[in-house]
Design a protein around this ligand. Structure first.
Ligand code: URP
Ligand code: ZN
Ligand code: ZN
Length: 526
């Protein structure tokens, strides 16, 4: 007897995982995939989803969102309800949002606040990452607590920007990464040079540049590249894997590639905005138009950057895509009308990421459908240690599935999107690749252009530390980094060395050198 309650049969589709594509049916029971075979009999009572001529892909995982974030005196408009509705309408079935404690606040208190916001509202599954905005022994202790199963945090983010608000100093970042490595948690970084940005903002404002063009000029790309290089260097010294969020420029990507080539474990995350649009908008004559694109790091002013970032995903130099979805509406943006530093930073993305990556990646001939799956879900699931529960169409995996029409197109617009804001940074863009049906743990939540969601039906996914793809190389690498001590006899000054006599017939013995241990500094330099 097969219970057909909460069961679903997906017929005649082509399954795409990160490593294979094949035609098969998929049977879903009680939220899990229970069978994958070429022809599954449709038992009476099963809900049938026809996927003929469609791709059957793992639901997208967006590992970087900020739903209802209190930031710059405002609260981001997409809350956990509207934000996750926008996600599923776009084919994303899991988000990883950030708990961001205020400076000095207990991590546990902030964690409870975020769970209190998210749990009753989410329409799809979600996990949490946590920002470290101040440092001390209590923070280190609470980091350890939140990596336990009860809390389910396995990554910590450090801001090297937003001076006085979220920013930490280099030595705090370094000590934080030492703690991350000890806890087998992933360090994540917002890499910009916050100190120089603060200086440049003052200079630009005093020169009379108050509009959104000041935002991009206060944050030239080399400040992102410098901070990315510095963060990678410090992570290497701490022997801590690093994940660079929102890689917006070629220079930052090059810094990541440089460290990867030296053997560092570092991941780079471009976002939908950076893959599909550029910083020319900051110079738009219409103030409000320009303000809508204000985010940090800014969109690149080099128009070739979006395509270059996609090619770096194809080449494996960048690794997965996110959105940094943090939405403020026109009214909120207009609070900075006289001073660009007061424009709340953040843009939309969670609804359009999948289509944007398909369009600019697969449709453009830069990546194949398997790589698409890799950069939109599988890599995130592996890095954040919920694979193959998430990020794969396989027996035993959660039934987070999207029926993807790769032939269809849609035009992105504020008039049809599901975000809680009155504009869309991709307005008017026609994209190939449309999520026709979205299934969250076995429930159809988006079909025929309609949402079928239930507030609070999404679950919190605890993320355990020690992800294999993040930490497997770290121990051996650590051996090569162990400090080297030279065993010597106690030093005593000889009369010959103390008072050399050029005429004396003295032989000064050359001391033996301690062999550099195998695997030590002679074999590899990080
Ligand atoms: O401008 C941005 N990116 N806003 C969200 C906060 C952050 O930096 O991730
Ligand atoms: Zn950031
Ligand atoms: Zn962010």
């Amino acid at each position: 007897f097969v219970s057909v309650e909460m069961s679903l049969l997906i017929k005649n589709g082509t399954i795409v995982n990160d490593d294979s594509m094949f035609k098969s049916d998929v049977l879903v029971l009680d939220g899990k995939i229970v069978e994958i075979s070429p022809s599954i009999e449709p038992l009476p009572g099963l809900e049938i989803v026809d996927a003929t001529d469609r791709l059957v892909i793992p639901g997208g995982i967006d590992p970087h969102t900020h739903m209802q974030l209190p930031f710059m005196g405002e609260i981001a408009k997409d809350d956990f309800h509207r934000g996750t509705e926008a996600a599923v309408a776009g084919g994303t079935t899991m988000i990883i949002d950030f708990v961001i404690p205020t400076k000095g606040e207990s991590l546990l208190v902030a964690y409870d606040r975020w769970r209190g916001w998210a749990d009753p509202k989410v329409v799809c599954d979600y996990g949490l990452s946590m920002a470290i905005t101040s440092w001390g022994p209590e923070v280190a202790k609470e980091m350890e607590m939140v990596t336990k199963a009860d809390y389910g945090i396995n990554s910590f983010k450090f801001f090297l920007a937003y001076a006085g608000v979220f920013m930490v100093r280099d030595e705090e970042f370094y000590q934080g990464m030492i703690q991350c490595a000890k806890l087998r948690a992933l360090a994540r970084v917002h890499a910009e040079n916050g100190a120089v940005i603060a200086e440049r903002c003052e200079h630009l404002l005093s020169s009379g540049i108050t509009g959104p063009e000041g935002h991009t000029q206060s944050r030239p790309e080399e400040l992102e590249a410098e901070a990315t290089f510095r963060a990678c260097t410090m992570a290497s010294q701490a022997n801590c894997p690093l994940y660079v969020v929102h890689v917006m420029s070629k220079g930052a990507a090059a810094a990541i590639a440089h460290h990867r080539k030296k053997g560092a474990v570092v991941f780079g995350e471009p976002i939908a905005a950076g893959l599909a649009t550029d910083g020319s908008h900051y110079y738009h004559e219409d103030w409000l138009h320009a303000a809508r694109y204000v985010m940090s790091p800014p969109l690149s002013r080099d128009p070739t950057t979006p395509n270059a970032l996609m090619k770096l995903l194809a080449a494996g130099e960048l690794h997965l895509t996110a959105t940094d979805n943090c939405t403020f509406d026109c009214h909120q943006k207009s609070l900075g009308k006289d001073d660009f530093t007061k424009i709340p930073n953040g843009v939309n993305g969670v609804e359009d990421r999948m289509s944007v990556v398909w369009d600019k990646g697969v449709h453009a001939g830069i990546i194949d459908p398997m790589k698409f799956v890799s950069v939109t879900s599988t890599m995130a699931a592996k890095i954040f240690n919920c694979y193959p529960q998430k990020g794969r169409i396989a027996v035993g995996s959660d039934a987070d599935i999207v029926i993807w029409n790769d032939k269809a197109t849609r035009v992105i617009s504020k008039d049809t999107h599901h975000h809680a804001i009155d504009f869309n940074i991709f307005e008017g863009m026609q994209v190939h690749g449309v999520p026709e049906t979205t299934i969250c743990r076995g429930r159809v939540v988006w079909a025929n252009g309609q949402l079928r969601t239930v507030q609070g039906a999404g679950r919190f996914v605890p993320l355990a530390p020690d992800s294999q793809i993040v930490f497997s190389a770290v121990d051996n690498r650590g051996k090569a980094l162990e400090p080297v001590k030279v065993e010597r006899a106690p030093y005593e000054a000889t009369s010959a060395l103390a008072a050399p006599d050029a005429n004396a017939n003295t032989v000064v013995k050359t001391p033996a050198r301690t062999a550099i241990p195998p695997g030590g500094i002679s074999s590899i330099q990080f």
